[in-house]
Design a protein. Structure first.
Length: 201
């Protein structure tokens, strides 16, 4: 279930209403692509929709280093961890770097809503994480300008710092989680390879 975050002005919901509709269309199209494979993929699409809409429900929540609660604020990995717990019952690691070791590795062209996207913002790989929402955009909790928001991956800053993407919600790999919803360590046989990029704020 998607809930409105505490303390988020109603004007933010009005401002982002068209954006939510566009994301809904993107999710529907992704779902139609998956449906021929059967109900498992349809369930995957439903989970991805819940992940995206739950993330967008926190637009405007303030940034807080170490934060993982909409009442007190989020940092980037805290937002992702909270969203996947609430929407998909997955117990995620706490750091962006650890999250980068999970799931199926993707190229930028393979992204669908609900995938994780990673960036180098502190002079080291996988130091920032967000959730892809479709149409070349992602939702995240950045320190700069201090609140959860949606940004374009093709903007100069983010395009230069993109490190890669991971998919956790996949019908092709049911072994990604165990019966309790805990992400399986078996999907991360080795840590991510080091990558260099310019440092950012």
């Amino acid at each position: 279930m998607v809930c409105v975050s505490f303390g988020v002005p109603m004007r933010l919901w009005i401002t982002h209403f068209g954006q939510l509709l566009r994301v809904g269309v993107s999710l529907l199209l992704a779902g139609l692509a998956f449906l021929p494979a059967g109900p498992t993929r349809a369930h995957q699409t439903a989970l991805a929709a819940d992940v995206v809409l739950t993330a967008l429900s926190h637009l405007g929540v303030r940034y807080r280093f170490g934060g993982s609660d909409p009442r007190r604020g989020f940092d980037c990995s805290g937002l992702v961890r909270h969203v996947f717990q609430q929407a998909a019952a997955l117990d995620m690691p706490r750091s962006a770097e650890d999250m980068a070791g999970l799931g199926l590795r993707l190229d930028r062209a393979e992204l669908v809503p609900g995938d994780l996207v990673f960036f180098n913002t502190r002079g080291r790989a996988y130091s920032h994480v967000g959730i892809y929402v479709g149409e070349g955009r992602f939702v995240h909790a950045p320190a700069r300008r201090g609140q959860v928001r949606v940004e374009a991956m093709e903007s100069g800053y983010w395009r230069a710092r993109f490190n890669g993407a991971r998919r956790l919600l996949t019908a092709d790999r049911p072994d990604l989680t165990d019966a309790s919803g805990q992400l399986s360590a078996a999907i991360a046989p080795s840590p991510p390879p080091p990558e260099s990029a310019s440092a950012g704020p």
